[in-house]
Design a protein around this ligand. Structure first.
Ligand code: SF4
Length: 63
């Protein structure tokens, strides 16, 4: 599984990183950074949960 991050849409709220810090981080400009590509199987549920909480839908889950 992969996560595609739209860094133009990302507003740096950080909810993804709060929900799944193993999967998401923020860079110096408060834009989302993916820590794994692809996402390892054991982190898929957390990755999906983090993508769901993004208030601007900047994270897309790909099978
Ligand atoms: S929750 Fe969405 S807007 Fe906030 S940092 Fe993550 S990707 Fe960006």
């Amino acid at each position: 599984m992969r996560i595609v991050a739209d860094t133009v849409r990302c507003e740096g709220h950080g909810l993804c990183a709060d929900t799944a810090p193993e999967v998401y981080d923020l860079d110096d400009e408060a834009l989302v950074v993916l820590l794994h590509d692809p996402v390892p199987a054991e982190l898929e549920r957390k990755a999906e949960a983090g993508a769901r909480v993004c208030p601007v839908a900047a994270l897309r889950v790909e099978a």
